[in-house]
Design a binder for this molecule. Structure first.
Ligand code: C2O
Ligand code: CU
Ligand code: CU
Length: 482
């Protein structure tokens, strides 16, 4: 049976119904921000495929939301912050009718999915004008890995504004990782991380744009400091998406390490224990948390992070965003009940060893001044040009790309359609194999990635996922030909 969202529920929401009644975010028009720790981190409203199909409408619109600074306008899908959580299986046929009720063009990108880059699939060159609709359709390959993915607008010229304004949602692909008994035994919780501007109509210019805009209100599934709970002895599986346009999230859970089980493109070979987890915009991770402490309250913290050397900025407080000097509690973990202690999985899934590359390329990331444009961000000395193909590759080839950041700011480099593996950082081999589609380059760093252009021909892009940098030029066009 096809699942279809009627228009009525979200119109009702805009008209003032409670957002939580729609099973979604707390920041609805009539909703109050609940006090710290009293909300439970309910999942965003969830749309699950059935019978091999997922069919839905997404209305991109402005919605009034409550923030600590008072009512503000946010950009939403279907009136929800974040947008509905989409859950699909390999082989599913997906149809999304996008309706643009915004004053500027928009479109949809399926960040991390391995689907065709053309037609009405993951086509970022397609633009849906104000008042227009477009019907997206694609079939997820039958061998698509399970994982945590992300949909968001990607119309060049409006993408940073629209993601900063609130548009985005999580997309889960179910599969082999979910069937591993020790993983399946874990309680699952999604965490869609998004910063929102505190005040109405704020649109920083100049320096703010150059650094990448950060909002002061830190939300998890659209809520401020919700509660997560797990049984003592149990396992909690967190699926985490950084849905911010520029903010990095550096997470630590008091007295609990994270056991990383999946990165952007799906499962690792075995869990990796981490004291903290840094996610650049667009990055995802899945971690297990063990309920191995005494009952109590443990804060999930966002730790301060500085995005780059900042020499050029003269200490303008680049990074952690307005006012964040110390750790901020973004959610609170409590224990409820107990179970016989559950083991961590020992092995997860094989991660393919890619063959030797048939070709090597180099991409140098920097900033500079362009006549008439002011400050721009550059890849190999050039700002984005929609009429130029920067990189031509052949279907089936494995390539190794050397990415070099010679600038003064962090740049998370992202590639569409085909995931990659990080081979080395500053000459040092990566400690474990993992599928990624965003890799962070700090100032002065050189990272080598390896990728294979599988299954699909067509044009797509790579870019910095600080979306203000992407808008200011840090993007190139990739063409895959047979
Ligand atoms: Cu989330 Cu072009 O990316
Ligand atoms: Cu993407
Ligand atoms: Cu950048």
């Amino acid at each position: 049976m096809a699942l279809r969202l009627g228009r009525r529920p979200f119109l009702a929401l805009v008209a003032g119904a409670s957002a939580s009644a729609a099973g979604a975010a707390l920041l609805g028009r009539s909703g109050q921000l609940r006090s710290a720790g009293s909300a439970s981190a309910t999942a965003p409203s969830r749309l699950r495929s059935s019978g091999g199909r997922l069919d839905l409408d997404l209305v991109a619109q402005e919605t009034e939301v409550a923030t600590p600074g008072g009512p503000a306008r946010a950009l939403t899908y279907n009136g929800l912050l974040p947008g509905p959580l989409l859950e699909i299986d390999p082989g599913d046929a997906v149809r999304i009718n996008l309706h643009n009720r915004l004053p500027r063009p928009t479109n949809i990108h399926y960040h991390g999915l391995h689907i065709p880059p053309g037609g009405s699939a993951d086509n970022v060159f397609l633009s849906v004008g104000p008042g227009k609709s477009h019907s997206y359709a694609f079939t997820l390959p039958a061998d698509h890995p399970a994982g945590t993915f992300y949909y968001h607008p990607h119309s060049h010229g409006t993408v940073a504004d629209q993601v900063f304004g609130g548009l985005g949602g999580m997309l889960i692909v179910r599969g082999a990782l979910d069937r591993i008994p020790a993983v399946r035994a874990a309680a699952e919780q999604v965490l869609f991380l998004k910063d929102l501007a505190a005040e109405r109509g704020s649109s920083p210019m100049g320096m703010g744009l150059m650094l990448g805009r950060e909002g002061a209100v830190l939300t998890v599934n659209g809520q401020v400091n919700p509660t997560l709970s797990m049984p003592a002895g149990g396992l909690l599986r967190l699926r985490i998406v950084n849905g911010s346009s520029a903010r990095f999230w550096r997470l630590a859970l008091e007295e609990h390490p994270f056991h990383l089980i999946a990165t952007d493109g799906g499962a690792l070979e075995a869990p990796v224990e981490l004291a903290e987890l840094l996610l650049a915009p667009g990055e995802r991770a899945e971690v297990l948390v063990r309920g191995e402490r005494q009952g109590g309250r443990y804060r999930l913290l966002n730790l301060p992070y500085t995005r780059g050397a900042g020499g050029m900025m003269g200490g303008m407080g680049m990074g952690s965003g307005p006012g964040q000097q110390g750790p901020v509690s973004i959610a609170t973990l409590t224990y409820a009940g107990s179970v016989a202690p559950l083991p961590l999985p020992e092995r997860l899934l094989p991660v393919e060893l890619l063959p030797e590359p048939v070709r090597r390329r180099r991409f140098v990331l920097n900033h500079g001044m362009a006549p008439g444009m002011g400050m721009v961000f550059l890849i190999n000395g050039r700002p984005f040009d929609h009429g130029r193909i920067d990189t031509r590759v052949r279907l089936g080839d494995t390539e190794e790309w050397e990415l070099v950041n010679v600038g003064v700011m962090d740049h998370p480099f992202h590639v569409h359609i085909n995931p990659f593996q990080v081979i080395s950082r500053n000459g040092k081999p990566e400690p474990f194999r993992a599928w990624k589609d965003v890799v962070l380059l700090r100032p002065g760093e050189t990272v080598r990635i390896r990728t294979r252009f599988d299954d699909f021909t067509g044009r797509s892009v790579y870019h910095c996922h600080i979306l203000d940098h992407e808008e200011l030029g840090m993007m190139g066009i990739l063409e895959i030909t047979a």
